[in-house]
Ligand binder design. Structure first.
Ligand code: NAP
Length: 249
């Protein structure tokens, strides 16, 4: 039987990139996937259908906490309880630290960290009411471990997300809710378009990746599906690098 048959997953930022690959992979593993985000989900829903899975769009701008919560609660009311939450939506704003604006700092922290927490809170409240197990998988970053450069808000948000993963894992383990994160290496998505468009940065990054290639979104999705599934029921509080060996270097 498929590992996630009978499970329902809520994936943020599912319209493109890593979130799209995660949504399709979870659906292929048998989960019904609620695809949350602020853009059209048509492409993702078509890919899910092509994989023989089931998915639904959930419109949500996660920059506003009231909207994020309402989207989650509305999706549960419409489709039923969620067993797996994947906090994938995220943004990056690049600027020298001395020039970073408060508006950019707030935008990054709101989507990458604050929405992840309040969605996890809504998810756990619902799980506790239902008395059922659950899994949260956060999409962190190598900048949960490293400093990076010209991305102060992003590094703060992703380092915070690794800490959040641990504290929620501690609090919710007794209730059967696991909380883990994946830390993708360099993945070919919109998020890294600026890096890939800069030939020097692109080659410098490639030269440091032991596996000799950038990641594809599907590389990350496999690890998320593992952490969401039955094979990882005794795994909690970890931030798992999925980086082609970058951190081992
Ligand atoms: P991406 O293609 O830019 O995807 C980001 C996703 O987040 C999109 O679906 C985007 O929706 C969504 N999003 C952003 N702000 C939102 C908001 N206010 N409300 C709802 N959705 C919002 O980049 P990606 O690489 O797949 O990023 C996915 C996650 O992986 C992010 O958390 C990112 O930090 C993390 N990550 C990526 C890399 C990498 O190398 N690519 C490495 C480490 C970590 P729209 O399309 O509508 O903007």
């Amino acid at each position: 039987m498929s590992a996630l048959a009978g499970r329902r997953a809520f994936v943020t930022g599912a319209n493109t990139g890593i979130g799209q690959a995660v949504a399709v992979d979870l659906a292929a593993a048998g989960a019904e996937v609620l695809c949350a985000g602020r853009s059209a989900m048509d492409e993702t829903l078509a890919a899910i259908a092509a994989a023989g899975g089931q998915g639904h769009a959930v419109p949500a701008d996660l920059g506003t906490m009231a909207e994020a919560r309402a989207a989650f609660e509305g999706a549960e009311a419409a489709h039923g309880p969620v067993d797996v939450l994947v906090n994938n939506a995220g943004i990056i704003r690049r600027a020298d630290a001395v020039d970073m604006t408060e508006a950019d700092w707030d935008a990054v922290l709101d989507v990458n960290l604050k929405a992840a927490f309040f969605l996890a809170q809504s998810f756990a409240r619902s799980r506790l009411r239902a008395g059922g197990e659950g899994a949260v998988v956060n999409v962190a970053s190598l900048l949960s471990f490293q400093g990076g450069i010209r991305v102060a808000g992003y590094t703060a948000s992703k380092s915070g997300l690794a800490g959040l993963t641990r504290v929620l894992a501690n609090e919710w383990a007794p209730h059967g809710i696991t909380v883990n994160a994946v830390a993708p290496g360099y993945v070919e998505t919109n998020n890294t378009a600026a890096l890939r468009d800069d030939p020097e940065r692109r080659e410098a990054i490639l030269a440091r990746i032991p596996m000799g290639r950038w990641a594809r979104p599907a590389d990350i999705a496999g690890a998320v599906t593992f952490l969401a599934g039955p094979g990882a029921r005794y795994v909690t509080g970890v931030t798992l690098p999925v980086d082609g060996g970058w951190l081992a270097r």
